[in-house]
Structure formats: C-alpha cells, structure tokens
Design a protein around this ligand. Structure first.
Ligand SMILES: [Zn+2]
Ligand SMILES: [Zn+2]
Length: 292
C-alpha cells in the first residue's frame, strides 16, 4: 500500500505552492482517491498515477475544496481509458451531486461515446451516500472504514481509514479535535491530519466577513498541537500534517513541527504536495517531492 499526498492546501482559493487537499492510496494496482478539490486529476498526472486504475473516490465533506472535482475526476479517468466500475462514497447528497454532474456533462458524454466507441460513462459510476460510522468497503485485501468527525456546519463529515496487509492509513478530513477520529486512528501507521496555525490565520484575513471566517476556522478545525494530541491518544506511528492553513511560507515547516511536537513524540512529517510513503513491509521507504 502506498500513500501520496496529492494536495496539501486548505480552502478553495488557488495557491501557487499547494494544490487542493487530496490523497491517493494505491493498493494492488487500484487507485483510491480521498477528496477531490479542483485540479486533483492533474495532481495524479504529476504523481505518475494512472487514472485508468481509479477504483474508489471518497469524499470527506461537501466544502468546495474537497468535492469540486468529484464528477470531473471519474470523467477524466474514463477519458483516460477506465472501463471498469468506479465506486464513489461521500456524505448524504453525494449521489445527487453525481446525478447533477451527469446532467451537466450529457452532451460531452454523448459525443465522446459516439466518437470513441467507449462503454457509456454513467454505467461505470456506483455511488454510495454515507451517514454513519462503519465499514464502507472490504474487497481485494483492502478494508475502508469511516467515522463521523466534527466539522460544523455539516451534519456529516467523514474521516476514512484504509487497512491492507497489516498496514494502515487514516485521513482526518476536516474536523475540530475529534474523539471519534481518535477511535478510528487507533494504532494506525500513518495519520494524515488537517492543521491550522491560529496566530497566522488572523493576519491573512481582511475585509467584510473576515471575522466570521476567522471564527469558523478557529471553531471547526484543529491546531497542530491538537493534531499531535490526537496522534498521541490514538497511538499512531507517524503524523502527517496536511490541509495546512495558512499554507504559505508565513508558517515555516519548523513552526508546524514545533507546534505538533509539543504533544506528539512520534515521527512528524509536514506535508508537501506529491509526498509519497510506501507502506509495504519490504520497502518501508519514502521519497518526497523536491522542488526544482
Ligand atoms: Zn477544507
Ligand atoms: Zn471543510
């Protein structure tokens, strides 16, 4: 099993340094993508991950930075040759989004099917709305489990856990400090947790609505210290901070590290786009993206 951070920003605003939050889990020649912000398909291309192996899509919640491309990613996978089913999971309302996307793209789908002889795209999509904790999928040696995390104002926000070959990866999604997430992450090898740096958030916001947004950020997300606390209470091996707010260099890697290491003594990685961890027992090694 391999984990790739496709994007490590938080929020819908495009950023030069980080793409929208998303992760890929690759297992047994199957690609599973958790969250689909704008540009997720291009991040797969940059990571060298074949889109025609897209098997599962998992949406954590319905903020735009997590679901803008929930229809676009499977469609691009289909144009790249995918002719096997793609399972899409997400909070209640996800199936409706997919239906609306299929309506919106009907002319494209009809034209491309006619000119390429491809199997029709809508028949490949199998969508499941989730609104409770439990096992989402157990197939081909991979088990996916979900928990309800805490991200107001959404009624349903989900964290996901992937277990395969005795190794495990947990994705927090967006959440404030969550005891349900601690349960989900118990004993995991890697916990990818969102993080906010409160002292630097205020400086970024200005204009009408800034105070409302600041209040939302502070009450619905997790500080790096709290993410460290979650990692400690869950007993995970490695904490990866991602969905970094702010994602600019105002907060350096060392600052994130200092904050998280106040509460977590294990290994901490400050997420960068395309950072990759191989969790196979034989080659437990990683490579990280080096900026040219
Ligand atoms: Zn977010
Ligand atoms: Zn959110």
């Amino acid at each position: 099993m391999k984990l790739v951070l496709l994007g490590t920003a938080g929020g819908p605003r495009p950023s030069v340094n980080r793409s929208a939050p998303a992760q890929a889990i690759i297992h047994d020649d199957q690609v599973h993508v958790i969250d689909c912000g704008n540009g997720v398909a291009r991040q797969l291309a940059l990571a060298g991950i074949p889109r025609d192996q897209l098997t599962g899509v998992y949406i954590t919640h319905h903020h735009a930075d997590h679901m803008m491309d929930v229809g676009a990613l499977p469609l691009i996978a289909w144009t790249d040759g995918r002719d096997l089913p793609i399972d899409v999971y997400g909070p209640s309302g996800t199936a409706h989004m997919i239906d609306e996307f299929l309506s919106m793209t009907a002319p494209e789908l009809a034209a491309r099917t006619a000119t390429t002889g491809r199997v029709p795209f809508p028949g490949l999509l199998r969508t499941t709305d989730l609104n409770a904790a439990g096992v989402v999928r157990e197939r081909d040696g991979l088990r996916v489990t979900t928990q309800l995390v805490d991200h107001p104002p959404f009624d349903v926000a989900l964290g996901y856990r992937f277990d395969a070959g005795g190794r495990s990866v947990v994705i927090s999604g967006d959440t404030r400090y969550s005891s349900a997430l601690i349960d989900l992450a118990r004993g995991a090898d890697v916990l990818v947790h969102e993080a906010i740096y409160p002292d630097a958030v205020g400086a970024q916001l200005e204009g009408a609505g800034a105070e409302t947004l600041r209040q939302h950020l502070m009450s619905c997300h997790t500080t790096a210290e709290q993410a460290g606390q979650v990692a400690t209470e869950a007993g995970v091996g490695t904490l990866m901070l991602s969905h970094l707010v702010p994602g600019s260099d105002i907060v350096t890697d060392q600052m994130w590290l200092d904050a998280a290491s106040r509460t977590f003594r294990g290994r901490i990685i400050i997420g960068r786009d395309l950072h990759e961890i191989n969790l196979d027992p034989i080659h437990d090694q990683e490579k990280s993206y080096v900026e040219a």
